[in-house]
Design a protein around this ligand. Structure first.
Ligand code: SF4
Length: 390
């Protein structure tokens, strides 16, 4: 069995843009994009956290028991620290609270739409006649929720096919635990919904397999393009991202010289997509320059250098202690309220103590920021004055 070309995690791309897989293949063949994308340090940290979570669940251990262990992921080394212990512990506790009758960790599942390929689910569990799929998301930039999450639903359907014979399942529940964003979400599917989605996903798969990279098979939507590796090369995406503002920039001089309200609206709505497109193009130019492509209008220059210790800690301290005090080497620093909260949770501090600590904390409001009118949060009215009541 091989790792899937049309993987569950990539569904939003290949499921919504049928030609994307063929397009990426063509770019790989032409040497324009690497066969395997280089993992960012954040992605590698997530891999390390998954490894720790797997050990804890399989060995029934607490993450703190692995404190200071060094984990390797994609040739990067990560030390298990307070932060990783705290976040992985939240995930492990979430799984434990499901009180599963059976639990399977890091399960390789044949994909129902392409059975010679597999996908890996973090945890599959059985509780009565319910099948649970639990996924750890270690990122803290973009919130990922279980509602409508096709990656998790695909694992759910694959697991249902594997375990139904043994456990007589009548419901599938998918969970996403994203501890660093404080997000714990789940979504339940009855068997009828499972079968409806199975059909839709199979249709998407067939469409993608048949797609031959003709322009009409490339469908640019925010969902499909967001993680697509073809983005910095794709004319279809360029048109979608820049199209609505292209004319506007030509029009600016011809108008009164000011940007109109309508133009501001288009820029506001289109801005995030344009920014992502431009970032992807910059990354492409940088990657190509690193591979030796020369362009007369840009070049690679040395980044800012940084310094770090390059010797065992005890040798450094010994050398510094000749002239520096221990306080100068390790200045004591008050930890933040968030860090105190973590420690208190770990130490199971009493309510009275927690209340006394809380009395020292001042909670300030975050800086107001712009959001679309569809955003669920209420609008903040700046500079509003209280009405004087007679
Ligand atoms: S960038 Fe968007 S439109 Fe272009 S191939 Fe990828 S998903 Fe399709």
């Amino acid at each position: 069995m091989t790792h899937a070309k049309r993987s569950p995690s990539g569904f939003n791309t290949w499921g919504n843009c049928p030609g994307s897989t063929a397009f990426v293949d063509e770019l790989i063949e032409a040497g324009k994009t690497p066969k395997k994308e280089e993992a960012s340090v954040f992605a590698s940290e997530g891999t390390a956290a998954h490894e720790l979570a797997e050990k804890c669940l399989i060995q029934s251990k607490n993450p703190a028991e692995f404190m200071n262990d060094v984990l390797e992921a994609d040739h990067n080394l990560f030390t298990v620290d307070d932060d990783m212990v705290y976040n992985v512990d939240n995930y492990v506790e979430y799984v434990k609270k499901l009180k599963l009758d059976k639990m399977f960790v890091e399960v390789k599942l044949p994909l129902f739409y392409s059975p010679t390929e597999t996908g890996t689910a973090d945890v599959i569990g059985i509780k009565g006649r319910t099948l649970h799929v639990v996924d750890l998301k270690y990122g803290k930039g973009v919130a990922v929720v279980a509602e409508g999450n096709m990656q998790l639903l695909i694992y759910g359907i694959c697991a249902y096919d594997e375990y139904d014979m043994l456990y007589d399942i009548d419901k599938v529940v998918v969970h996403i635990v994203q501890p660093r964003m404080g997000s714990y979400t789940s979504e339940e599917y009855g068997l009828e919904e499972v079968e409806t989605h199975r059909g839709l996903i199979e249709e998407c798969f067939e469409r993608s397999v048949k797609a031959d990279n003709l322009p009409e098979n490339l469908i640019s939507r925010e969902k499909s393009c967001r993680w697509c590796r073809a983005k910095p090369f794709c004319g279809e995406h360029r048109t979608t991202a820049l199209g609505p503002v292209e004319d506007m920039f030509n029009d600016l001089d011809a108008s009164s010289g000011e940007i109109t309200e309508d133009q501001l609206k288009v820029i506001f709505e289109q801005g995030p997509q344009i920014k992502k497109f431009i970032d992807a193009v910059f990354k492409r130019l940088e990657d190509e320059a690193k591979q030796g492509t020369e362009r007369p209008w840009c070049k690679l220059v040395a980044g800012r250098s940084s310094r770090k210790w390059n010797a065992p800690e005890e040798d450094i301290i010994k050398a510094l202690r000749v002239r520096l005090t221990l306080q100068e080497i390790y200045p004591p620093k008050l930890i933040s309220p968030a860090q105190v909260e973590k420690v208190m949770k770990k130490k199971k501090c009493k309510k009275k103590f927690t209340e006394s600590v809380n009395s020292f904390i001042l909670k300030t409001e975050g800086t107001a920021k712009l959001a679309p009118v569809s955003d669920k949060r209420p609008a903040v009215i700046e500079n509003s004055e209280f009405e004087v009541l007679e």
